[in-house]
Design a protein around this ligand. Structure first.
Ligand SMILES: *Cc1c(COP(=O)(O)O)cnc(C)c1O
Length: 461
């Protein structure tokens, strides 16, 4: 097959959808550190996690050894509505750049939520339904996760309560309406509806909220209502697991055409799309079967991998969640207000943090105006209006392709195009108006965030 011209879009058939998710932890020599009980500093047990998460999802969260976990038939049926997702050869972008590199992207924006988040939302909603729960609570920042979860919950007839970061709630009224259309209840956070919300409001009246704060409210709402659990759209091991459907499909499509990626690039917020895309390839690397260069791309204004500390930290502002060992900027870190491109979580998936610390993956930062320039260049030749988050990966893919042009190298570059940017028009407007600016936090800015990281024996830094 490798002699044939590679089509613009490689579509797999429905029966080539993966039957199982791949759990990269099974092949990691250094396992990601376990979640800790913030009171005792002992690993969280199944029983301790039960009031917060669904049983089956806790099993997935704690499972470091099973390499393949079967995707239930009901989830596979749902996936068929919008998967397999296309793997696109960016012929037009290659031509525009005049690069000898071959560029591919896996496009996850072909569903109403506009991002890869639906891959995990449907899995989490399924397990909640199967456990006989009434509903789930969650937080959403820019709104993609809230949209994905509301779609998944409406499909299974589950109640869905979304705490949306207040600034986004106000700036993204259309995102809000999509979520309401799918039947979810949406509350701007911080709110008066939870104890932690009232506490934050008393301390910081007029605050626009943050992801960490909305997480605290959603967890409280779940644990204070009978038949509810909390679900999260990124960071957790279970979410990375569900997102491996991205990488597995990509690997099947590439293997089918005899394509081997040299460089694999993804944007990194909490790490779910990147982890999902790279996991199966990382598995091959960990087992010594193949080698790849992996690059995580993060905003210069929220540089958790490149400038954070690798320690146990709080996952949320209200400190109601377990502690996670990860690259972190501190749970009180909030990116500067001019930051428009998403990827604003203070921490990073424990799996990716460990892989990065072990030197198996690289990380780079990019500034937002260059990200939007890359987004514009991409949109003009490839036709898709990319999400700002995805455009971080586009920027580095273009950089790598231009490097190939300089060195006359024919590398194969693969990146994750995680979604579309139709709800990010204020950010695009600022870019088009020339009013977008960059801000790189100073060491002093970061020190304030680090000061909020808990110190206890074994967690010195
Ligand atoms: C949420 C989101 C991201 C970042 O989240 P990760 O968990 O790091 O993948 C990236 N792209 C899009 C389109 C998103 O909605």
């Amino acid at each position: 097959m490798s002699k044939e011209k590679i089509p613009y879009k490689i579509y797999l058939s429905e029966n080539e959808l993966p039957a199982s998710w791949y759990n990269v932890r099974a092949d990691m020599k250094n396992k990601p550190a376990p979640l800790l009980n913030p009171g005792t500093h002992k690993p969280m047990t199944f029983e301790e996690l039960r009031p917060v998460f669904c049983d089956e999802l806790i099993k997935q969260e704690l499972d470091d050894t099973t390499p393949y976990i079967e995707i239930p038939a009901e989830i596979r049926e749902f996936y068929k509505m919008y998967r397999p997702a296309p793997l696109v050869r960016a012929y037009c972008l290659e031509k525009k750049l005049g690069t000898p590199a071959k560029i591919y992207y896996k496009f996850e924006g072909n569903n109403t939520s506009g991002s890869h988040k639906l891959n995990s939302a449907i899995a989490q909603a399924y397990y909640a339904k199967k456990q006989g729960l009434k509903g789930v609570t969650t937080e959403t920042g820019a709104g993609q996760w809230g949209t994905a979860l509301s779609m998944a919950c409406s499909y299974f007839g589950l109640d869905c309560q979304v705490y949306m970061v207040k600034v986004s709630y106000e700036q993204k009224p259309f995102r809000r309406e999509v979520i309401r259309t799918y039947g979810a209840k949406i509350t701007p956070s911080p709110s008066e509806t939870t104890e932690v919300g009232r506490k934050i409001l008393a301390e910081f009246p007029g605050t626009g909220g943050s992801l960490g704060c909305a997480i605290s409210e959603a967890v409280e709402a779940a644990t204070h209502q009978e038949g509810y659990r909390y679900v999260l759209g990124s960071v957790l091991n279970q979410v990375l697991l569900h997102q491996t459907v991205i990488g597995l499909e990509t690997m099947t499509a590439m293997d089918k055409y005899g394509i081997k990626p040299d460089v694999i690039i993804g944007c990194a917020g909490g790490g779910s799309n990147l982890g999902g895309l790279i996991s199966p390839f990382m598995g091959r690397k960990l087992r010594g079967e193949a080698d790849y260069q992996f690059i995580a791309v993060e905003p210069a204004s929220c540089p958790s991998l490149t400038r954070g500390k690798f320690v146990y930290d709080f996952c949320d502002t209200g400190h109601v969640c377990p502690l996670a060992k990860m690259y972190t900027l501190g749970s009180e870190f909030i990116p500067s207000p001019n930051h428009a491109g998403g990827l604003r979580y203070h921490g990073m998936s424990s799996i990716l943090s460990q892989l990065y610390d072990d030197g198996l993956m690289e990380a780079r930062t990019v500034e937002q105006t260059e990200v939007f320039r890359a987004a514009q260049e991409f949109a003009r030749v490839e036709g898709i209006l990319p999400a700002p988050e995805s455009s971080h990966a586009i920027k580095v893919a273009i950089d790598e392709a231009l490097k190939c042009k300089e060195n006359g190298e024919e590398k194969t570059i693969l990146f994750g195009l995680t979604g579309t940017g139709y709800f990010d028009m204020y950010a695009y407007k600022a870019f088009n108006d020339g009013t977008m600016s960059d801000y790189i936090p100073t060491d002093e800015d970061l020190a304030k965030g680090f000061a909020g990281i808990p110190r206890f024996p074994g967690n010195e830094f």
